[in-house]
Design a protein around this ligand. Sequence first.
Ligand code: CAA
Length: 287
Amino acid sequence: MSAGIARVGVVGGGQMGAGIAEVCARAGLDTVVCEVDAVAARTARDRAAASLGRAVRRGKLEQAAADDALARMAFTGSLDDLADRQLVIEAVIENPDAKTEVFAALDKIVEDPTAVLATNTSSLPIMRLGMTTQRADRVVGLHFFNPVPVLPLVEVVTSLHTSAGTTTAVENFATRTLGKTVIRSQDRAGFVVNALLIPYLLSAVRMAESGFATAADIDAGMELGCAHPMGPLKLADLIGLDTVASIAESLYDEFREPLYAPPPLLQRMVEAGLLGRKTGRGFHTYG
Ligand code: CAA
């Protein structure tokens, strides 16, 4: 069935959206990325171009293949340009209102009633997004990992309404078309990976907050002692501290377990605009 998916839309051109668009275009798909306006669409294009350039420099991609991938991507400021898409992947900020608004709009705009509307949410219920549409059976979670061109995993998350046909179509799409590895999760906040990862990251924030150890030592501990590619505070900076806090809030809302509660230091850093790599400063500082 995924052989039928040739036209993909991605809503949101941030680090996740641009990465998802890049892997779709690299897989030969006609890919339209929608941002809030033309300026943001231009920034998304620059982001995808920079990542393709990195892949070429690292010897992962031929220059001609990178040029082809960029040519297969169109960047727009209007959701109406997604009308003819067969699969749309929503990757806007991790905010319930923003996501439900996108789903309600896509349901009206995407013309093919059999098109699949997927979300890259890290933690919000797929059911809640599905119920804002008239096609909850065609709404599914397709959760990628950052950096998307590098990490092989996709979580496929099904709601109580997601049809078996939709699940098969997106699993085939993720594995056969994109070359990713799929794990399945039921529709519970955090799914598999974030339900395990976020409490670990929050523990590291609490450790730094209490003065127990420095950020540098916490990260070095996990990198050198456990062979993690990056320590928890560097990883939180990569994900974005606003996103980490939003996922923690969703987990806490769902399970009411103290281990999911966002620590005050994380909240204050988000309020201060210290969001990690994307703002140049989080637990570490970036040039
Ligand atoms: N396309 C293809 N390959 C690329 C690429 C691109 N655009 N950019 C980089 N690469 C490749 C490089 O060639 C390199 O491959 P080799 O090891 O085979 O040489 C590899 O990716 C690493 O790249 P770099 O050397 O440039 O970078 P690095 O060694 O400093 O690693 C990192 C950076 C990949 C981010 C690594 O530190 C890492 O994997 N960190 C952990 C990331 C992680 O845990 N992410 C999950 C976050 S959770 C999430 O995303 C979900 C959520 O909901 C919050």
